[in-house]
Design a protein around this ligand. Structure first.
Ligand code: NAP
Length: 297
């Protein structure tokens, strides 16, 4: 417990990232938050938050960070990094897990990702090290929740907002294959509500979470054009060329879309069960897209 008598969460990865920004204010309604990550963020300069500067991959002594902590929520991971960095971050999280068991924390929540094609699961360091940690948490004996949201949208997202910008700016939008693979994007605000609920519950397991509307990818991109007020015009390429194009952009240092993300998208494995049971309707895609448009006039 904190000095104020409220339970305390250790937020690993902090309240400054895409998910963390939505989650922090919800957690603060019932918890004090100790937040560990590398760079300071203005949103954490509020009562109830204690920022600890730290790189999870390097921290060796978790004991002081875990003092008086009942619940650990881990958000930290890299979208793209050298293979070694995933292994190092995994190593740091493993140290945290061992220390959390010793400290007898009540609950450990881990943000993870949906299933991917087997080859990617086996070979991609992003997934291999993440899954290894997920498995160790599952086997740890702690009360845990592994939360696996699908594609997320919301303020500052790097997917739908970027796609809409491209649709508005360029004459053609790339279409991978026939675009028949499915997606059901989830609002990051709805994910945050789920995480907050799971932080306060004792239900153990894996929670696969998707949004309320399932689109074929091509339907989603048609919607982007409609919202932008334009007729859909595609630059169609087969699956392999789609992955190649992303790989080429990546090799020039672009972080628009990584080759592994294109392969994953086309696998049709990203569709997740609808994230129900958090009270109130889930956010839909179209109003969010419209909110991104500049005001008329
Ligand atoms: N975004 C999505 O669509 C999506 C979908 C499914 C699952 N997820 C999962 O959700 C989690 C959060 O994703 P996100 O999009 O919010 O990521 P994000 O915006 O990149 O935020 C991650 C946060 O983790 C911190 N962090 C990264 N490496 C760290 C390290 N070595 N030590 C300490 N802190 C570190 C960063 O803060 P500092 O820079 O201050 O350290 C950053 O604020 C990830 O595990 C991701 O795999 C995301």
């Amino acid at each position: 417990m904190s000095a104020g008598g409220r339970p305390r969460v250790l937020l690993v990865g902090g309240g400054g990232g895409f998910v963390g920004r939505q989650l922090l204010p919800l957690l603060l309604r019932e918890f004090d938050v100790r937040s560990i990550h590398r760079h300071p963020v203005a949103s954490e300069a509020v009562p109830g938050v204690e920022w600890v500067e730290g790189d999870v991959a390097r921290l060796r002594d978790w004991t002081p960070v875990l003092r008086d902590v009942q619940v650990v929520v881990n958000l930290a991971w890299y979208r793209w990094a050298r293979p070694r960095r995933f292994e190092e971050l995994y190593g740091g999280l493993r140290g945290l897990l061992t220390a959390a068991i010793d400290a007898k924390v009540h609950r450990f929540l881990q943000l993870s990702v949906p299933a991917a094609p087997l080859r990617m699961e086996r070979e991609l360091p992003y997934l291999r090290w993440k899954r290894r940690f997920d498995q160790e948490l599952t086997d740890s004996g702690l009360s845990y929740a592994i939360v696996r949201p699908t594609l997320l949208f919301g303020p500052g997202d790097v997917l739908l907002s970027v796609m809409l910008r491209m649709v508005r700016r360029y004459p053609f939008f790339p279409m991978f294959g026939d675009g028949s693979f499915r997606v059901n994007p989830l609002a990051v605000a709805d994910l945050a509500r789920q995480i907050r609920k799971l932080a306060g519950s004792s239900t153990v397991g894996q929670f696969d979470l998707g949004g309320p509307e399932t689109f074929r990818y091509r339907q989603l991109t048609d919607l982007l054009f409609r919202v932008a007020g334009r007729r859909p015009r595609y630059w169609t390429m087969n699956a392999r060329n789609g992955i190649r194009l992303a790989g080429l952009l990546q090799s020039f240092g672009s972080n628009l879309l990584y080759a592994y993300e294109v392969e994953w998208l086309m696998s049709d494995l990203l569709v997740q069960p609808v994230a129900e049971g958090i009270g109130g309707p889930l956010e839909r895609v179209e109003p969010y897209l419209r909110s991104l448009l500049p005001p008329p006039g």
